[in-house]
Design a protein around this ligand. Structure first.
Ligand SMILES: C[S@@+](CC[C@H](N)C(=O)[O-])C[C@H]1O[C@@H](n2cnc3c(N)ncnc32)[C@H](O)[C@@H]1O
Length: 203
């Protein structure tokens, strides 16, 4: 039996994330997930949203494990995962919502910019973008455990690092998205909730 990729953090945080998504995602439509990785989030969320179709995605090296988890555990509302590097070509479709967890601190800043720009172009007007992870406050402050995590990321690769809320909000403005809500989550994580403005002049 193929051993599925596994993340302990994903297992711990998936229920708290689901409870927020139940409040903010539309009841019907298609949700694009960026950086689906092990697929643990999408297989946990999909059964709770009978009217939504989920489109998992990731970079090529993660697709086989992701596809296998969906094959073994996925609900019928999960589409086959697609290759999507935020700096490359995006699907020629529009989405009602986009979800991404623990990606912004792994991507370099130009990739974070590409993610926001792509989400801003691919969301329908009024669509929602839920970005989960650790973030620093507008003044740059972070709780001690996040500061240690940030240092370990930067030691691993200087382009990585916990992103600042103020920088993300400015980036959202440039991407025709607006930060509408921020929810505190367990383990000093947050869910940032953005909405696509009614008209995106880039379309
Ligand atoms: C720490 S993992 C998080 C995975 C999963 N979402 C979770 O919460 O456990 C970071 C993810 O970001 C993805 N990622 C990093 N750079 C990316 C890029 N340029 N385009 C798309 N995904 C990217 C990785 O492939 C990986 O799936």
């Amino acid at each position: 039996m193929y051993e599925l990729p596994y993340s302990e953090a994903c297992e711990r945080n998936k229920q708290a994330i689901l409870e927020v998504l139940l409040d903010v995602l539309p009841k019907q439509g298609v949700v694009l997930e960026l950086g689906s990785c092990t697929g643990q989030h999408v297989v946990h969320f999909a059964p709770a949203f009978p009217g939504l179709t989920w489109q998992p995605s990731d970079r090529p090296e993660y697709l086989s494990g992701l596809a296998e988890r969906i094959r073994q555990q996925g609900a019928g509302t999960i589409s086959s995962p697609i290759e999507l590097d935020v700096t490359g070509a995006w699907p020629g479709k529009f989405y009602d919502a986009v979800f991404s967890a623990n990606t912004a601190h792994i991507m370099g800043w130009p990739e974070v910019e590409a993610m926001f720009h792509g989400v801003g172009r691919k969301l329908v007007p009024g669509g929602v973008f839920c970005l989960y992870g650790p973030f620093s406050e507008k003044d740059g402050s972070m709780v001690r455990s996040n500061a240690a995590f940030d240092q370990s990321l930067r030691a691993r690769d200087p382009v990585m690092g916990i992103r600042n809320l103020d920088s993300l909000e400015k980036l959202a403005d440039r991407s025709h998205l607006r930060l509408v809500e921020r929810k505190r989550m367990p383990a000093n994580n947050q869910m940032l909730i953005f909405r696509a403005l009614e008209a995106n002049p880039d379309d």
